[in-house]
Design a protein around this ligand. Sequence first.
Ligand code: ADP
Ligand code: MG
Length: 290
Amino acid sequence: MVGKISFNPKDVLGRGAGGTFVFRGQFEGRAVAVKRLLRECFGLVRREVQLLQESDRHPNVLRYFCTEHGPQFHYIALELCQASLQEYVESPDLDRWGLEPTTVLQQMMSGLAHLHSLHIVHRDLKPANILMAGPDSQGQGRVVISDFGLCKKLPVGRCSFSLHSGIPGTEGWMAPELLQLPPDSPTSAVDIFSAGCVFYYVLSGGSHPFGESLYRQANILSGDPCLAQLQEETHDKVVALDLVRAMLSLLPQDRPSAGWVLAHPLFWSRAKELQFFQDVSGYSLDTTNL
Ligand code: ADP
Ligand code: MG
């Protein structure tokens, strides 16, 4: 028990960087995840909590409940999730609660568009930081963006951040401009690049557009993604190819915004798609039997 938070140290849900553990626990009688960080990490805790408090009123952002401080550790009570996107993709037996791959990507982008509208750049998007919550009373799962440890709120009137306090992110998922010399002033387009890697990872069932983990970041810098798995002639893959290619553009200014990604035909319903083809072709189809 630490203040209002309790947890079982044997019930580990995950491990993070720098000695961070996440346990299954309770907050005021509610099942939660308890993220435990070392005492030295106070700056990290403050940033994570502050930005979660600012942004968690969105269904696709992890909910924050409370923080407690002990002699050795800080404890953050968070919405309890069932799996990460990595497990969703890599464990075929996992229950998906009705979440199709394109729904997963759409929900992740809705969360990201919300963060960007608040001028928050996540800076560490990757499958381990995208979680699946649920199921709700209708048996439906929900995707949430988590791990705000590297998030950055952009100062008013600025659209870029400096790299003075280090290069944020995880190797293999970082936009090329973060590692460029001389250093550039990166923008929220770094998240679109990482999201593009996640799109390919989900749609291809676990591949990465820049190859095996050892070579990924070097391949990212040379800027030539391999999107072979989107070249198959299935509907979602054909529609996704150009979008993912644009999200992975070497130049940040060539990448689409989160709102633009959400408006892409990959996320259109079949009815909307059909309506579009009718409108541009001038033909009206009899859809009663479709
Ligand atoms: P770090 O900031 O050190 O990367 P994370 O917040 O990403 O830590 O947590 C590490 C791991 O713990 C995640 O990859 C995930 O597997 C698990 N985890 C984190 N938060 C939750 C949660 N709310 N519910 C369930 N599991 C979680
Ligand atoms: Mg993490």
